[in-house]
Write a protein that binds this ligand. Sequence first.
Ligand code: PLP
Length: 375
Amino acid sequence: MKKIEFFRHCIEEGDIERVQRVLRSIFLTTGKEVEEFEQKFSHYTGRNHTIGLTSCTAALHISLIALGIGPGDEVITTPMSFCATANAILHAGARPVFVDVEEETGNINAELIEPALTGRTRAIIPVHLYGQMCDMKRISTLAERYNLKVIEDAAHAVEASREGVRVGQLSDSVCFSFYATKNITSGEGGAVGTDNAALAVAVRMLRLHGIDRGAADRYTKRYQHYDMPLLGWKYNMDNIHAALLIGQLERIETLWQKRNALWGIYEERLRGSRGIEILKTLPDSRHARHLFTILAAPGKRDALLWSLQEKGIGVAVNYRPIHLLKYYRDTFGYSERDYPVAEEIGNRTLSLPLYPSLKEEEVRFITDALKDELS
Ligand SMILES: Cc1ncc(COP(=O)(O)O)c(C=O)c1O
């Protein structure tokens, strides 16, 4: 039977050789390759600083801590994301406050943020869902008016911009993921980007227990005693993971172009199909083309999910809304109809394969299978 994987990474021989060079060297943890990756990533994203980490969850967590957010504070975010976004707020000791999303894009509805503010609100975490940026101009204006911090969850959106604004340009911190299915990947990995030098110093310390010197300092220079002015975590990216990312970063635009072309084919072949909808790419938006999702007719998604899988097509659901996950229901008392738009998307959304090595004929096979099921 034909098998079309939901995702395939695009690691090449050159990437493997770069990792081999690290493995043959003496120094495996945070050092030269991490520095090289951080510099190149800063250059690509246009941020002044990048700090390489073990995950985007870690990036969100220590961004909150470095910005002074903790117990007693509320952080506004979206229920239409992976649970990592809200979990990081809980890890920081703060409380996530959800705001419903836009029907057209699935992104946080900026109009609904102001009514959700309380005297305890300290920050907003917008998530650029599927790769399309939220309305950062509006969100940052609001944040300035109410003196709130903004941390972007750009796990899907390394390549995105909107109205001339790049990810991380209008916020305190932007968080990236290099998890196994992301646009560039090291299996697990993440980073914080920021233009704020003091914040970069704090995040750099918090990624390594809050100590003021890394192992590379002890290895490349003469031994110096370190101190621990802060209590941090163990979230530092190592040279092996960084080596895997450097080559992919050099190819990131070509990889985007391939996904963008496949996206165009999907849209063209599915446009007007009865029984499904496609979320909108806004006119002034450079969509990172991370996840191609369709919305099935109400009540029809799961049947579609099973039948596509039976035909050998890898599928996923991104996402079941966070507030309806058991822990959030039990802890905060959420229930159905609290965030109706997110719930509607959560009940109808279905993600189809999208990656640079996906073939045009495979997209045709997938769209034909989908149309068959809908007829
Ligand atoms: C929107 C979003 N935020 C955060 C994360 C967490 O990323 P990581 O697995 O790197 O911690 C993910 C990962 O899938 C995600 O999709």
